[in-house]
Ligand binder design. Structure first.
Ligand code: FES
Length: 527
């Protein structure tokens, strides 16, 4: 089995029974904030796009690059579709001209022509990608590969049961706006960033240890940031709180925990994987590439400057009355929302900043009032979250009817944020569900999730706790760590105060717990 690195989470898998192109991403994503790192735009995409199968793990724009898929991927390719709850991905593919689809039944091995086998695991909670993320398992001639991508299954047992895996490709770096955009003192940002960076690596080691594959390939990040306004997010400034470590850092950290089987794929690297080993050739020595990382980024920044400028020129739509349009779009969804609105539980404020023509800036403050179910001007009140961003970005989102502000505005990192209290996942879940179809799915999911009585308990140290994590049901007998009175679930790092059951990381999500030998506490309540 041949695996060609094509940048970020993308690869092309070649076997004698057919080829699969995965997640080809070349054009900048999220308001021209993210670019693939290392640069992959100079690969021979005409040839790479001539494939038998195409697999895109999910709809995040650094995985689903519509322009690239339209222009460079053969429309004769059969699209391997994860079983997601909505038809959005298939609809998007059809709009780009794809007509051949194989809807892979979730978590079932499918045999394709010539003895090529695949299995797709779709994750479908509202917090997985934009309503869905997935992993692809491939087997040919006894060689097995897992493209875990940036999916976070609770465990990898499904794949280990199918036999030893030879190539495990997974995410290790950050892909979020936290903590950089928060209006916090730099020292706090560094401390939070460092915690996050450590947690990302811990999670990666856990998955690697779960699968015990012959070879581990770090993929799906980091992106690079080429706009001058975002340049500081690249991990080139010696900031230990930077959440975007690159592949060379991965190798160094992996070595510290005893890892010796890591293989970095540059765009154009080719790994030949067999049941007995892997040989890899690179377009240039990997160490040399990373030693010259800053020069690579600076050269790319100059080359891509016109691309960024062209995108920026398309954002402004001053003809849009933002308050009126947000009211029209969002109020019907607030009316429909029970769980998400209750979960947010307070007003969320958007400060829209625009140049005022005299060299200063004007600010319009709009509140999405979840309890009051309305969108209205800010009324000098306490708010749960405050986002501050360029008015042009919101104008653009409203102009194109964007239904997912996470997969556009928030991932762009082109905003700053402040909040009172804990992280609130419902805020982001709501703003990624700005369509009836998505909102109904998310509401139904939370409804089911909250009603599910997960009666099984386990003992961790001095505590009896529910077996499944209140966040996304990770098995706490494997992911849970108790230190004193605090439980940490290592899958996403959420913490819980055991005596009260309170989640210390996010609103809601109470855990059921009591000390060994004491009376059982009351069951968890809805957010
Ligand atoms: S499943 Fe996410 S923290 Fe436990």
């Amino acid at each position: 089995m041949r695996v060609t690195g094509t940048g970020h989470a993308s690869m092309r898998i070649d076997t004698a029974a057919g080829s699969i192109l995965c997640d080809p991403w070349v054009n900048p994503a999220y308001f021209a904030s993210w670019f693939p790192f290392p640069d992959n735009s100079l690969l021979d995409w005409e040839t790479l796009g001539q494939v038998d199968y195409l697999y895109v793990s999910h709809l995040h724009r650094d995985h689903f690059d519509a322009k690239h898929l339209r222009d460079f991927v053969s429309k004769d390719a059969t699209v391997l579709l994860p079983e997601f709850p909505t038809s959005e991905m298939e609809d998007e593919f059809r709009a780009l001209g794809f007509t051949k689809f194989l809807k892979a039944p979730n978590e079932q091995v499918v045999e394709l022509d010539g003895g090529l086998k695949i299995m797709i695991q779709a994750l479908t909670s509202p917090t997985d990608g934009p309503i869905g993320d997935s992993s692809l398992w491939v087997e040919y001639d006894g060689v097995r590969l897992l493209n875990q991508n940036d999916a976070r299954p609770t465990d990898l047992g499904l794949f280990t049961e199918l036999g030893h895996v030879h190539a495990h490709l997974l995410q290790f770096s950050g892909a979020i706006w936290y903590p950089m955009v928060y209006e916090l003192p730099q020292s706090a940002k560094t401390a939070f960033g460092k915690q996050k960076r450590d947690r990302q690596f811990d999670r990666t080691w856990r998955y690697i240890d779960d699968l015990k594959a012959s070879h581990v390939f770090p993929i799906a990040g980091p992106p690079c940031f080429l706009d001058d306004a975002l340049w500081q997010f690249n991990d080139i400034h010696g900031d230990e709180g930077n959440i975007f470590p690159d592949q060379s850092v991965f190798l160094a950290e992996y070595a510290k925990v005893g890892g010796t089987n890591g293989i970095v794929l540059l765009p154009g690297s080719v790994a030949e994987v067999t049941t007995s080993g892997a040989t890899t050739t690179h377009p240039q020595p990997v160490e040399e590439f990373f030693a010259n990382k800053v020069a690579h980024l600076e050269e790319m920044r100059e080359r891509k400057r016109p691309v960024i400028e062209a995108e920026k020129a398309s954002w402004r739509h001053p003809e849009i009355d933002v308050l009126k349009e947000m009211k029209r779009r969002i109020e019907p969804l607030l009316d429909e929302s029970i769980y998400l609105a209750k979960g947010v539980g307070g007003p969320v404020r958007f400060d829209l900043v625009s140049p005022d023509g005299s060299g200063g800036e004007s600010v319009e403050s709009i509140v999405v009032d979840f309890p009051g179910k309305e969108v209205r001007p800010y009324a000098d009140e306490k708010v749960r979250y405050r986002f501050r961003t360029e008015r042009a970005l919101i104008e653009y989102l409203l102009h194109i009817g964007e239904v997912d502000w996470v997969n556009s505005l928030f991932l762009s990192c082109r905003f700053s944020a402040a909040r009172i209290g804990q992280y609130n996942e419902f805020v982001y879940a709501f703003f990624k569900c700005l369509s009836t179809e998505r909102l109904q799915y998310a509401e139904g999911w939370y409804d089911e999730h909250e009603r599910a009585v997960d009666a099984e308990d386990i003992t961790l140290g001095d505590w009896v706790v529910q077996r499944r994590c209140p966040h996304l049901k990770a098995d706490l007998s494997r992911f849970g760590i108790v230190e004193g009175d605090q439980l940490t679930c290592q899958l996403h790092g959420w913490k819980f105060d055991l005596p009260s059951g309170r989640c210390l990381t996010s609103v809601g999500h109470k855990v059921r717990a009591h000390r060994v030998g004491e009376e059982e506490a009351t069951p968890q309540s809805a957010p």
